[in-house]
Design a protein around this ligand. Structure first.
Ligand code: HEC
Length: 277
């Protein structure tokens, strides 16, 4: 596994002037192979279930929870928010029609005009702002409920993130990848140290989930949060766990991280919203 980290980081840091022909697709194949070889009892498409894909006892409890999902109310609230017109009479549906808002499974993507990664939550707020509404607070609450409602519509759609062959897109991808493999915080842990090398092991009361499939089921209802949270809320929490600085949800770093991490799960399916401990 050390080898994989080295290979991935080397690929990432070598850039494109060194004659090394390796890019996102080579990374994705290596990444998926790492998890499918380590957890050979888990079929590839089951990694979308986080820790429950590799931990049979907790999976049973979770399947019971999913029979009466704790996020159901949030989906309903999300639908109401989605359908309620803005003061000017338009709504999120208007943005969907004019193409400024897309379906959940079309995110994240690299916008070649704007030269940046766009995510669902960012687009929801931009839709509001273009209709003279205040942006919602990122991370939890209404934005997570809207995201949950839209995630439900996209259940079963394949994850298919594209990295267009242009310097800006590759740079965004590389930035997310570098973030993922960089050690940080007082504990000096990278994301991969916990969700790669140590996946399946225990940290205090938690078993660490494999990173493959991580973005598929967000937003999630977490008992610990007592409500819904977005993927970037989770990123921040994980950064802070190792006593590193958390970044703001929807900051460029976290959008690039989402871009890289979602690309790694290409070929799996979206299955949000989810329920977690
Ligand atoms: C010190 C170990 C540790 C580090 C480092 C860490 N995490 Fe986590 N992470 C956890 C624990 C514990 C959980 C909750 C149990 C689980 O699902 O793995 C979790 C959960 C998650 C989840 C939710 C999984 C799900 O199925 O809902 C995501 C996504 C995630 N982490 C991403 C990251 C990212 C991205 C980084 C790097 C910025 C990171 N983590 C760094 C410990 C860590």
């Amino acid at each position: 596994m050390k080898q994989l980290i080295t290979v991935l980081i080397t690929i990432g840091l070598m850039g494109y002037g060194f004659g090394v022909v390796a890019g996102p697709e080579e990374d994705r194949i290596a990444f998926q192979k790492y998890y499918t070889s380590r957890f050979s009892d888990t079929p590839l498409d089951d990694f979308i279930n986080g820790i429950y894909s590799i931990d049979a006892p907790s999976r049973e409890q979770w399947e019971e929870i999913e029979e009466f999902p704790p996020y159901e109310i949030d989906i309903e609230e999300g639908q109401v928010l989605y359908e309620t017109p803005f003061a000017n009479g338009n709504s999120y549906a208007t943005c969907l029609e004019d193409g400024t808002l897309k379906a959940r499974h079309q995110y994240p993507y690299y916008d070649t005009q704007r030269q940046e990664v766009l995510t669902l939550e960012l687009a929801l707020n931009e839709c509001r702002q273009s209709n003279d509404e205040e942006p919602l607070k990122y991370g939890k609450g209404a934005i997570a409920q809207l995201s949950a409602y839209m995630a439900l519509q996209s259940r079963g759609e394949p994850i298919n993130v594209v990295v267009p062959d242009e310097p800006g897109a590759l740079a965004a991808y590389e930035n997310g990848k570098e973030f993922y493999f960089s050690k940080r915080g007082q504990l000096n842990f990278s994301c991969f140290d916990c969700h790669g090398s140590s996946a399946g092991m225990n940290v205090r009361a938690d078993r660490l989930s494999p990173a493959l499939g991580h973005p598929s089921h967000f937003p999630v209802y977490r008992s610990k949060w007592g409500g819904m949270g977005t993927l970037h809320r989770r990123f921040k929490g994980c950064n802070e766990q190792v006593r590193a600085k958390g970044f703001k949800p929807q900051s460029v770093v976290y959008r690039n991280l989402e871009y890289f991490l979602t690309y790694m799960s290409n070929g799996l399916a979206f299955n949000g919203p989810g329920a977690r401990k």
